[in-house]
Design a binder for this molecule. Structure first.
Ligand code: ZN
Ligand code: ZN
Length: 134
């Protein structure tokens, strides 16, 4: 198993994960009327990650490494609240909205809105994969 670390300070930022092919988009929930029902189930199974280096032009997704929201460790919301956007949940506006709890490096984009996937995308250059067990 492997996990991701913050490249800058080597803090652990995900649970143990294994690589899988990128799952297809989730369908929107049927019959949703309340805003919180419109947010999709997470795209990734827990304990996995997938490369999404070339998302579709109109997908609204950032390029990077996609993980399950519950596998995130040691990250917090960006202190600049203008990065925290979305109509029903949280979405990408202009850059990462999750930062390292240790050093403040911008590490990932959390998306969970009515018109997006429910996922966290790690910024490829800001993280490093570790195979160490500790
Ligand atoms: Zn919405
Ligand atoms: Zn860090």
């Amino acid at each position: 198993m492997a996990r991701f670390l913050c490249f800058a300070c080597r803090r652990t930022i995900t649970a143990s994960v294994r690589k899988i092919p990128l799952p297809p988009w989730k369908e929107s929930p049927e019959g949703a009327t309340e805003w919180f029902e419109r947010i999709k189930a997470p795209r990734m199974p827990p304990g996995t990650y997938a490369a999404n280096h070339r998302p579709g032009e109109f997908s609204g997704e950032p390029p990077g490494l996609v993980v399950h929201p519950d596998d995130v460790r040691g990250m917090r919301l960006h202190p600049d609240t203008s990065r925290i956007t979305g109509c029903c949940g949280i979405n990408l506006l202009d850059g990462p909205n999750l930062v390292c709890e240790g050093c403040g490096a911008e590490l990932a984009v959390r998306q969970a809105d009515c018109h997006t996937e429910n996922q966290v995308t790690l910024v490829t250059e800001a993280v490093i994969l570790s195979y160490a067990d500790d």
